[in-house]
Write a protein that binds this ligand. Structure first.
Ligand code: PLP
Length: 356
């Protein structure tokens, strides 16, 4: 059986060492020493200050929307994980979907203006599969209309835009450290902002608004994460270079050996570095995708249709037809990609897809 992904697990003894410390300190959560250590190590590794480790990527999105005090309409992408849209709705805002670019699968910055009304307050875009959006173009529209920008950078650990971590862009960016992501803390996520005031507000928001034991600074929620999750994060950070490298060489192996006759690769924007967090291919038709998927499943290979159906089809949003997203979403398949995937396993996937 070859799944689309497998969570990375470090040697167990390393985790057990951290457990000794947790037991001896008897501090399990509430911004403990391991959470603080992880935050400082992450900001050093990523080259971006001002990050908050939180419970998951979804609560990070919700806190971002709340902290920017958004109400009304948020322009967003239909091609992402459901959390991108559900967070908007959960926070009482209305998602307005803009079509995607057929080559990068990111929101089409040239079409954002079409969706802007007098109720639009922000843009929430996903850097899909770790490939940064056209951030310059998005910034331009945002400036022109006075909109806030949030990036769902859930997939982006290690991705760069113009040589900088993609997490430093937008008013706020968020990451997910869920077990299935390239870098993980079992469950977890982070919020990034370059704005000190916003950072402070979100720092309190993540912990019920507590500003001391008896004092509260505004509305908050439980967005904290624990010492146990931070420990996993600290350990996994030691392995992340080797995880990034193995994904890259696996992706290059697919690149070199797949035929690309009835399907193509996803393209990346100029001046960006991706992180090979997924290996998506785009088929010419859904029919062909389904045929190949059936053959792969028969060979016990289980790729995933990320992201299908498009988020415009959710039963709690205003349905909207978007030509590129509707068409493309039915044709994208993510092939198996994880740190321990072997050449032999990739050979099997390639053989089934290309029918040789
Ligand atoms: C995984 C993911 C999320 C949600 O992150 P969690 O940590 O699972 O809450 C949000 N957006 C995208 C694009 C994701 O892939």
């Amino acid at each position: 059986m070859i799944p689309v992904t497998k969570p990375f697990l470090p040697p167990r003894e390393e985790y057990e060492k951290f457990l000794e410390g947790i037991w001896s300190r008897n501090c399990l959560t509430n911004n403990g020493p391991l959470v603080q250590e992880l935050e400082s190590k992450l900001s050093a590794y990523l080259g971006c200050n001002n990050l908050l480790f939180v419970g998951n990527g979804t609560i990070a999105l919700q806190i971002a929307i709340k902290a920017l005090d958004l109400k009304g309409e948020i322009i967003t992408t239909p091609f992402s994980y459901v959390a991108t849209t559900s967070s908007i709705v959960w926070e009482g805002c209305t998602p307005v979907f803009t079509d995607i670019d057929p080559d990068t699968l990111n929101i089409d910055a040239n079409k954002i203006e079409e969706g802007i009304t007098n109720k639009t307050q922000a843009i929430l875009a996903t850097h899909c599969f770790g490939n940064p959006c056209d951030i310059n173009a998005i910034d331009k529209v945002a400036k022109k209309y006075g909109l806030k920008v949030i990036y769902d950078a859930a997939h982006c650990f290690g991705s760069l835009y113009k040589g900088k971590s993609v997490f430093v862009f937008g008013d706020i960016s968020i990451a997910s450290f869920h077990a299935t992501k390239l870098y993980h803390t079992v469950e977890g996520g982070a919020i990034f902002t370059q704005n000190e005031d916003l950072l402070k507000r979100m720092f309190y928001m993540r912990n019920f608004g507590h500003q001391g034991v008896e004092k509260f600074d505004g509305l908050g929620i439980n967005g904290k994460n624990s010492e146990f999750h931070a420990a996993m994060g600290i350990i996994n950070l030691k392995y992340v270079e080797s995880i990034l490298e193995s994904r890259k060489s696996q992706s290059l192996y697919y690149d070199a050996n797949l035929k690309f006759n009835t399907y193509k690769k996803v393209e990346r924007c100029t001046d960006t570095v991706g992180n090979y967090s997924y290996y998506p291919i785009i088929f010419e038709s859904e029919k062909h995708l389904l045929e190949i998927l059936k053959k792969l499943n028969a060979a016990e290979v289980y790729p995933r249709r990320y992201f299908y159906p498009p988020l415009t089809k959710l039963n709690y949003v205003q349905h909207r037809e978007l030509k590129v997203a509707d068409q493309t979403s039915s044709c994208v398949l993510c092939l198996p990609l994880f740190h321990s995937l072997t050449d032999e396993e990739m050979d099997l996937v390639i053989k089934v897809i290309d029918n040789h």
